[in-house]
Design a binder for this molecule. Structure first.
Ligand SMILES: O=C(CCC(O)(O)[C@H](Cc1ccccc1)NC(=O)c1ccccc1)N[C@@H](Cc1ccccc1)C(=O)O
Ligand SMILES: [Zn+2]
Length: 601
């Protein structure tokens, strides 16, 4: 009825205003803790989390009173808000369980963010941190033993120390999921994707992308064998995980110099130019903002520049893992990032700025809709712009390259450098939550946790640990998102859909034409295209008010995740890799009879 609809609007508006106020308070205490880890901030954060949970519970009980009525409303916009506000989340736990749950997550995150290891070359100095010290060693060292030390000790001081916390965490997480009507927390994490074929769709995407990954894996293994020798990198075996330029082997971009196909062509790593041109983190963020503005999207508000932390502060512990923050008041938006002056961090800057641009585009929606169309969309926004920024054409434009060679060999060099971060990520982006879903569902039992992890790492990534693992280790805990309790499948989704977004925007920008060989997808730079920017903005402004297939359709004309676009982008490389691997008689895939992980019975 008209009256019911009027009452519903007023009710939802009241909850929206109060919810945003409560959110601002809770977010501020969370920011204070993440940017300055002290006992005082920890206590304030814990208290605020409990207070916010009480508000959520009160709001949820008032929403429940509308059950049987809100479903009869005609306005889908109202019904969708009721649908989202009917899921309470972890606030459904009894207070003492919730307190325990929150403390476990905060404790695991603190262990991870404050972990330090001893220096391989100077064992008495034990203050090396992940950022910037260990990432620098993994990026630059080519010393097999030094890399093994760093890889092992990082896991010793993180994963091993939170294994017991994680046991309790899983039990409480599942208790909360059941109180919300889910079988386990894994199912509750998939709720925002609003699809009962989602897991199958993901498996299908991986099947379509695995062949390209295997070709790249075989090629890189040969290059690493040339560098480190056949004893360490065998012809047909998995690649030792510590040689791939990254602490988790999730991005192989930093061993590009070992894998470059045509070395006599221009190098694409612009880090040296960024340093020699005196780039600062501030300059990197301004460069990214200029790109968003050139697309007719929204620039950062003054508060952003006032309150963001874009360089690692000295003399205090903080969570250095990058993050973007929406303070629920359409005014205060921030990024916290321990930025280094490298090309990799310029990409991360765009990634984080993409989150803030999404915040800005949906800031006037009700709080229930102030999210990505699905979590993968939120992760994709910045990466889409970074696909344009990474092109030699764009790097020339911004003065980070002084020449662009337009020839097939230079193209292969470029596509390989992109594949070393985009294709190598796919199995990793998929397996993290494959492992966690099995842990939450009980399919993987506690005393199999670590060996189940290495089964997946071997099977999907074709890597192995440099030293044998056991169930005394907890290697998943050495990756931020596990102690940080952040779902990960969102990144796998992002790495697929970001190429679909890129293609749609490149067509609008007139930068891509499937029938014009001079305009392939991988050369597209949407910079300064307001047609592209307006199309992107139109989708971002929807927030989560429409189901994600509809948001995707508005931008790309399709309603499904589609792996054929990322394969089209890398097609020239895929053909080249297959030929090169065949020419070298390279074995595609991997096998081993080594025991990678011993489960203590
Ligand atoms: O973790 C990140 C970037 C951090 C973030 O921007 O995704 C951050 C993670 C986070 C931090 C604290 C609490 C929750 C999540 N996400 C956000 O800041 C965020 C996400 C959605 C909405 C608002 C903010 N990237 C992933 C995967 C990745 C993505 C892109 C390129 C490379 C690698 C990684 O590093 O393994
Ligand atoms: Zn992100």
């Amino acid at each position: 009825s008209e009256q019911l609809e009027e009452d519903a609007r007023n009710f939802l508006h009241e909850l929206d205003v109060k919810g945003s106020e409560e959110c601002t308070v809770a977010t501020m205490t969370s920011w204070n803790y993440a940017s300055d880890i002290t006992e005082k901030h920890k206590k304030e954060k814990a208290a605020a989390e409990l207070k916010y949970a009480e508000w959520e519970k009160e709001a949820w009980e008032r929403v429940r009173k509308w059950n049987g009525k809100w479903e009869t409303l005609s306005d889908p916009y109202l019904k969708r808000q009721f649908k989202f506000m009917s899921i309470l989340g972890t606030a459904a736990l009894p207070k003492h369980d919730l307190e325990k749950y929150n403390n476990l997550v905060t404790e695991m995150s603190t262990v991870y963010s404050t972990a330090k290891i001893c220096d391989y070359k100077n064992p008495r100095s034990c203050k090396l941190e992940l950022e910037p010290d260990l990432t620098k060693i993994l990026r630059t060292s080519r010393d097999y033993d030094e890399l093994e030390h760093v890889w092992k000790m990082w896991r010793y001081n993180t994963g091993r120390r939170i294994r017991d916390h994680y046991k309790l965490f899983v039990r409480l997480a599942n208790k909360a999921a059941k109180l919300n009507g889910f079988d386990n927390m894994g199912d509750m994490w998939l709720y925002p994707y609003e699809s009962d074929t989602f897991r199958d769709d993901l498996a299908e995407l991986w099947q379509q992308l695995n062949p390209l990954y295997q070709q790249l894996h075989a090629y890189v293994r040969r290059k690493l064998r040339q560098k480190y020798g056949e004893h360490y990198v065998t012809r047909r075996g998995p690649i030792p995980a510590h040689l791939l330029g990254n602490m988790w082997a999730q991005n192989w971009g930093h061993i590009y110099d070992l894998a470059i196909p045509f070395p006599h062509k221009a190098s694409l790593d612009v880090t040296p130019q960024m340093v020699s041109k005196g780039y600062t983190p501030r300059r990197m963020f301004e460069l990214s903002e200029e790109f968003f503005v050139s697309l007719n999207l929204t620039r950062m508000p003054p508060e952003f520049w006032q309150h963001s932390i874009i360089e690692k502060p000295q003399g205090r512990d903080l969570v250095c893992h990058a993050s973007a923050w929406d303070f629920c008041n359409a005014k205060d938006f921030r990024i916290k990032q321990c930025t280094e002056v490298t090309m990799n961090d310029l990409i991360t800057v765009h990634h984080e700025m993409g989150h803030v641009e999404y915040f800005l585009q949906y800031q006037n929606l009700p709080k229930a809709f102030r999210d990505g169309a699905n979590p993968g969309f939120h992760e994709a926004v910045g990466d889409v712009l970074a696909l344009s920024v990474s092109t030699p054409k764009h790097l020339l434009k911004i003065g980070l390259l002084n020449e662009v060679q337009d020839d097939p060999e230079a193209d292969i060099n470029f596509l390989l450098s992109m594949a070393l971060s985009k294709i190598t990520f796919l199995p990793f982006g998929y397996l993290i939550d494959l492992w966690r879903w099995d842990v939450f569902s009980g399919k993987t039992l506690e005393n199999d946790w670590n060996c189940a992890w290495w089964d997946l790492r071997y099977k999907l990534q074709g890597i192995k640990p440099p030293v044998q693992r056991s169930e005394y280790d907890f290697d998943p805990g050495a990756k931020y998102h596990i102690p940080g309790n952040t779902p990960y499948i969102r990144y796998f989704v992002s790495f697929v859909v970001q190429f679909q977004f890129h293609k749609a925007l490149c067509i609008k920008a007139g930068e891509y034409d499937p029938l014009d060989p001079s305009k392939p997808l991988h050369k597209c730079d949407i910079d300064h295209s307001t047609e592209a920017g307006n199309a992107l903005g139109d989708m971002l402004q929807l927030g989560s008010s429409k189901e994600w297939p509809e948001a995707l359709e508005i931008l790309t004309g399709t309603r499904k995740m589609d792996a054929s676009v990322i394969r089209e982008y890398f097609k020239p490389l895929e053909l080249w890799l297959a030929k090169d691997n065949e020419r070298h008689g390279e074995f595609i895939g991997w096998e081993t009879d080594e025991i990678l992980c011993t489960s203590e019975v």
